[in-house]
Design a protein around this ligand. Sequence first.
Ligand code: FES
Length: 101
Amino acid sequence: MTAGDWVCSSLRCLHRGTSLEFGHIEDGGLRCCYHGWLYDVDGRVLEQPGEPPDSSFGERISQRAYKVQELAGIIFAYPVPTRRCSCPATMCWCEKTAFDP
Ligand code: FES
């Protein structure tokens, strides 16, 4: 994740339910402000500070994350799992050329 990317994910952290709206965007993801779990754009857990080093818990869970796309100045979020998403860029009514002057 880098500045300018759009991401749509669940509001609550998987650890203790803290609101991720207070999280920090860091290189590679969103870090929870409470205990510092780090999620990538697909909701995978990248880091779990405080968990035992041999814990595989983070590999077995993931945050809900949805595909987001900006078209013609409008942000579209698709509330379906990323794997099943078909974005509107493939639909004729919102192809970029339809909005060009
Ligand atoms: S509540 Fe988010 S890391 Fe603990």
